[in-house]
Design a protein around this ligand. Structure first.
Ligand SMILES: [Zn+2]
Length: 436
């Protein structure tokens, strides 16, 4: 069956605006906190939201099932059931006191897309499946993307019993079991999503930065997911001295030494940008003297800090680590202090698939938008891309960032993003569109 043309898909998506709004409202109601929403991973609250999605999917006549990790799958059957599926979705968990849209927007967009196809009476050539995942937010178990990693088989052995929820102390296995999932079956399960059964993964997500609001555009198609180089436990050791009595030559001032390190790293970052290295970020998230010992009248003898570099090239991420070590050695020798930069953690950058990105960009243009392109932050998409599934994302304009109660995505922008995704998936599914 030829796929409907993008304009018809766009109209069918728009006709489901009330359906999407109702899903957002129901999720907010089920997980409301003193401010915003709280949906811990694998809790009654995020399962309640997943069940709302299941119930809406059943009303649409979709096939639903819960995977071995308790992620919800809702499928619009394709003409060829054995052909690899197209998968789309995101996560239902939120951070504590978070917003209603970070994650859930991608789930609602996926289901709204399937609703529009249903309304058009379209049977796609392959299955199109919406997925609602758990455990994307790293706050709960100090590790991100748990639901997608379980599905793709990339969660390290032992993490089910090793990772503990930060507030209750329960293990990941205990939390999953608490949702009625058979954890023994999960332990025995082979990865159930891979490149042989899934030909593409698409995720709609709110933008968590200010670019779309600033540009006055509703959607962007990310070019890549940034990787990062992080030093979470960096320290500088010197000596406490009397601030008025100690001359400069005798000082071992950790505040000034650390300030120099940071400002020279920033200068390098600015140089890299000027040289055309794309999509770089640099953040000193923590920087403090020891409150038990520090005083306005003491030369500070110790500084603790974190360094966090992000980028889409290995050269930037490796260069940042090398430069940090070189500068620390040079500054330490000159200022008579000692840096312990500590262990490095981080992730590689994830390029997004050019064909899937192209399908999204093309659909947005056909539907009258001028999508921006820039790099984005870590999402479940990185896990699917990491196992070789062609994957891409669409970002929707959203004021006030995310991970807070003040996320402010407009429903009109959400529908623009969902129109784009629905038209792109129909295009990727393979059949030529019907003549307009
Ligand atoms: Zn998210």
């Amino acid at each position: 069956m030829p796929s409907p043309d993008p304009q018809a898909i766009g109209r069918a998506v728009d006709a489901r605006t009330g359906f999407a709004s109702d899903l957002f409202d129901a999720a907010r109601e089920a997980s409301r906190d003193v401010e915003g929403v709280t949906r811990p991973a694998w809790s009654d609250l995020d399962m309640a939201v997943a069940r709302q999605v299941e119930s809406a999917a059943l009303d649409l006549g979709l096939e639903t099932r819960w995977d071995p990790a308790g992620n919800l799958l809702a499928t619009l059957p394709g003409a060829d059931r054995r052909a690899p599926q197209i998968l789309t979705g995101s996560h239902v968990d939120s951070v504590p006191l978070g917003g209603n849209f970070d994650g859930h927007a991608g789930v609602v967009a996926a289901l709204t897309t399937l609703a529009a196809y249903r309304d058009l009476g379209w049977t796609p050539p392959c299955d199109v499946t919406a997925i609602a995942m758990h455990g994307e937010e790293s706050v709960w178990f100090a590790t991100a993307y748990l639901g997608s990693k379980l599905a793709c088989g990339t969660l390290p052995d032992g993490d089910l019993d090793r990772l503990r929820r930060f507030d209750t102390g329960q293990t990941l296995a205990e939390c999953i079991a608490g949702c009625g999932v058979d954890v023994d079956a999960l332990r025995a399960a082979k990865p159930w999503i891979d490149a042989s059964n899934t030909r593409a993964f698409l995720e709609l997500h709110i933008e968590q930065g200010p670019i779309l609001v600033g540009a006055g555009q509703p959607v962007a198609i990310p070019t890549a997911i940034r990787g990062n180089t992080r030093f979470p436990d960096a320290r500088c050791f010197g000596r406490y001295d009397h601030s008025a009595a100690c001359p400069r030559d005798f000082r071992q001032d950790t505040a000034l030494a650390t300030a120099e390190l940071i400002s020279r790293l920033e200068a390098w970052w600015i140089e890299q940008e000027a040289a055309g290295v794309p999509d770089t970020v640099f953040t000193v998230g923590k920087l403090f003297t020891d409150s038990a010992e520090h005083a306005m009248t003491k030369v500070p003898g110790r500084m603790d800090f974190t360094l966090n570099f992000g980028g889409t090239t290995d050269a930037f991420l490796e260069g940042s680590a090398t430069l940090t070590a070189d500068l620390a050695a040079e500054i330490a020798a000159r200022r008579d202090v000692r840096f312990e930069i500590g262990g490095r953690v981080g992730s590689r950058p994830t390029p997004l698939d050019p064909d899937v990105r192209g399908a999204l960009t093309g659909a947005a243009k056909v539907l009258g938008m001028a999508p921006l392109e820039f790099a984005t932050v870590g999402h479940d998409t990185a896990v699917f891309a990491g196992i070789g599934i062609p994957a891409a994302m669409i970002l929707v304009r959203n004021e006030n960032g995310s991970h807070n109660p003040y996320e402010a995505m407009e429903i009109g922008d959400f529908m623009a993003g969902t129109r784009t995704m629905a038209a792109a998936i129909a295009g990727l599914a393979g059949d030529p569109p019907a003549p307009a």
